[in-house]
Design a binder for this molecule. Sequence first.
Ligand SMILES: NC(=O)N[C@H](N)C(=O)O
Ligand SMILES: [Mn+2]
Length: 281
Amino acid sequence: SKSDDGFCSAPSIVESDEKTKPIYWKATNPTLSPSHLQDLPGFTRSVYKRDHALITPESHVYSPLPDWTNTLGAYLITPATGSHFVMYLAKMKEMSSSGLPPQDIERLIFVVEGAVTLTNTSSSSKKLTVDSYAYLPPNFHHSLDCVESATLVVFERRYEYLGSHTTELIVGSTDKQPLLETPGEVFELRKLLPMSVAYDFNIHTMDFQPGEFLNVKEVHYNQHGLLLLEGQGIYRLGDNWYPVQAGDVIWMAPFVPQWYAALGKTRSRYLLYKDVNRNPL
Ligand SMILES: NC(=O)N[C@H](N)C(=O)O
Ligand SMILES: [Mn+2]
C-alpha cells in the first residue's frame, strides 16, 4: 500500500538502538526470532541438504548437556551430517559449569553473550566476557563456570596428532587479534588460533561492510561451521541462495560451492570453523 508520502508501508531498515546493546546482541536475539514465527504453523527457514545446512533459531532443539551442570545445549552440526566436528550452542544458566569433552577431543569456546570463568589446574582463573574465547587442548583439565548466564558457541573435534606436535591453552579476544592479509578479497580476517602446524583447525572471524562480497566462489576440501554474529546478507550454498541474519548457523560440507554478500546498513561478521594443516588423504 502507498502511504501519502509515496513510500511502501513496510518498516524501513531503521538503525535500532543497536548502539545501546552489547556486541553480538542480535546473535542471541535475532530480528526474526522464534516468537515471531509461532503463529505460522510449520514454517522454518532451516534447510538440510546433502552438502550444506542452514539452521535458524526457530529450529533449535535444546536438551541438558551431559556432564554439564545447569546448561542446555543445542547441537547444530555433528558427525551425523558428515562433519568431523561438532558445533553447539551452550546456554549456561545461573550457577552452571561445563563438563569435560571425551578423551583426545579438543574444544574451542567463544562467548556470544554473558560471562564465564575458566579455571584449570596450571594457571589462575580467567574471566571470559563477550567476544572472548578459549582453546582447550585434548585431555586438558578445565572448568567453565557461570554465575548468572552465558551463551557459548562450542566447537569440538578429535585432535589429529601429527608427529610430536602438541597444542596449548589459548585464551584471547577477537578485538585483540591482528587483521591478516586477504589478497584478492575485501573482507577483514582475524584468526583466533595460531597458524602453526600443531593446530588442526582454526576459527576465523570475517567482517564485510554492506555491499562487500566474497571474490572467490569457493569450492574446497575443508569443512565449515558458521555462526553469523552480526549483520545480514545472502549466502549462496550450491545452487541455493539464502537470505541470512545474525543468529543463523550454516554447515558447509567439503566442496560445497559457497559465497557471501553482505547487505543492509551494518557490517556483517561471522565466526567460521575451518580444518587446516592436515593432509586430506
Ligand atoms: N565461506 C567462507 O567464508 N570461507 C572462507 N573464506 C575460507 O574458507 O577461508
Ligand atoms: Mn570456505
